[in-house]
Design a protein around this ligand. Structure first.
Ligand SMILES: [Zn+2]
Ligand SMILES: [Zn+2]
Length: 391
């Protein structure tokens, strides 16, 4: 099985690719330069390329020895709408756009694996589809790719995902047993009362008091209603009411918006139901109206056991038993890889990139940077996974 050492001759090239992508980050569904670079690179390795799925998506198809099985390996390509603060020589040249989640690294790693696999086709039997996905960060590029026929055009037995994880030792591959990442939904509630003079509250119905009671009651969902060993998060992210220029007015409406997370579908549904019930119940108590709305965005990402086991075997082969973990606690962030797992079997693993170079250099922070030393570990794992699945 290919090891990181086997891939090390590609490290300078992969690093160059990664830093070039880092310098030119593009937001979801706008990854035109990135997609063109990916497509041209794949063609250069002698790989068939399909472009335009979900706009900027790219799929490379690589055939090994004759074989009936096919798998997909997925990398995301998009950046975040934030301004980089690393000061690195290859920092983003686009103010307001930054690769702060390491998708530049994911793209470079999968390209490195593609190049190695294209030169070693006799080592596997069957077909590998290399899926370069747009818009993972909040715009749901995976769903759009699936709806536009990804699996109809490129049928596979399984799909796999890999994400960098700072804090996990460099080169460690950790494969969660079940839940990997949480559902990520948005909720909104508008309380409508009767506005009145701030000195004469008895002449109206105070939506701000209802909103205050609602915020407090919300936290009982996670702490009192969900099994303490389960997971739910309900957070208020935005409150809007009144006018700072009119502190002597009790506003007629209060608008609240927030996020809800869960690791299991039944918990997610409970949270959805209860946010609405609590909003309406508190509104009734305060003699006013509540209009709750719940927007389901991403389902929980939950590994399929058989594919998770394959990932563990591949990790043991490429990274060594000491660096391959068959478990990792779930994380309450979300991933649209769940859209793929809702349609076909698959699994998702974490790639350790070691301690961040900057003390604040975690995902989605302006000081984040992908650790290039991890590129050969990720690429070797991908190659090992192909040889494991398509033996
Ligand atoms: Zn992210
Ligand atoms: Zn990410």
């Amino acid at each position: 099985m290919p090891s990181p050492e086997d891939l090390s001759p590609l490290l300078p090239t992969m690093t160059e690719w990664r830093r070039d992508l880092h310098r030119h980050p593009e937001l979801g569904f706008q990854e035109h330069r990135t997609a063109a670079f990916v497509a041209a690179s794949l063609r250069g390795f002698g790989i068939e390329v399909a472009e335009g799925l979900a706009g900027t998506g790219v799929v490379g198809t690589l055939r090994g020895r004759p074989g009936n099985r096919a798998i997909s390996l997925r990398a995301d390509m998009d950046a975040l709408a934030m301004t980089e603060a690393t000061g690195l020589p290859y920092a983003s040249e686009a103010p307001g756009r930054m690769h702060a989640c390491g998708h530049d690294g994911h793209t470079a790693m999968l390209l490195g694996a593609a190049r190695w696999l294209a030169a070693n086709r006799e080592r596997f039997a069957g077909t590998v589809h290399l899926v370069f996905q747009p818009a993972e960060e909040s715009l749901g590029g995976a769903r759009v790719m699936a709806e536009q026929g990804l699996f109809a055009r490129f049928p596979v037995d399984a799909i796999y995902g890999l994400h960098n994880l700072p804090g996990l030792p460099l080169g460690t591959i950790a494969v969660p047993k079940g839940a990997v990442l949480a559902s990520s939904d948005t909720w909104e509630v508008t309380f409508r009362g009767a506005g009145t003079h701030g000195a004469k509250p008895h002449l109206g119905t105070d939506a701000t008091l209802a909103a205050a009671a609602f915020i407090t009651a919300l936290q009982a969902i996670a702490s009192r209603e969900v099994d303490p060993l389960g997971t739910a998060v309900v957070s208020v992210g935005h409150i809007a009411a009144g006018d700072p220029a009119a502190p002597n007015v009790i506003p007629a409406t209060v608008f609240l918006k927030g996020t809800a997370r869960a690791l299991a579908e039944d918990v997610r549904t409970h949270v959805e139901t209860r946010i609405a019930e609590i909003a309406r119940g508190i509104a009734a108590l305060h003699r006013l109206q509540a209009e709750p709305r719940y927007i389901r965005r991403l389902s929980p990402t939950v590994n399929h056991p058989a594919q998770a086991a394959v990932m563990v075997r591949a990790a043991q082969a490429s990274a060594g038993a000491a660096n391959a973990r068959d478990d990792h606690p779930p994380i309450t962030a979300g991933e649209d890889f769940s859209e793929f797992l809702a349609r076909i079997p698959g699994a998702y693993a974490w790639l350790g990139t070691g301690a961040p170079a900057h003390p604040e250099g975690w995902h989605h922070n302006p000081h984040f940077d992908f650790n290039d030393a991890a590129l050969i570990h990720g690429a070797a794992f991908w190659c090992s996974l192909v040889e494991t699945e398509l033996a």
